[in-house]
Design a protein around this ligand. Structure first.
Ligand SMILES: [Zn+2]
Length: 57
């Protein structure tokens, strides 16, 4: 076990591997790391709805 406190890495919420923050997508599972960090998608890969658009079905 090693204590990882390197802030250049984040833990991918999908595969729980350490990936670079700068990675656009996770190299292991192709999760959208950049979009997730920016709050565009949540940890499930689903788009985060912003209040600017509302769809009524
Ligand atoms: Zn991943």
């Amino acid at each position: 076990m090693q204590d990882i406190k390197n802030e250049e890495y984040v833990t991918c919420p999908r595969c729980e591997k350490e990936v670079y923050k700068d990675a656009i997508t996770c190299p292991f599972c192709n999760f959208g790391i950049m979009a997730w960090l920016e709050g565009v998608i949540n940890e499930n890969g689903e788009p985060m709805k912003k209040s600017s658009k509302q769809k009524v079905y």
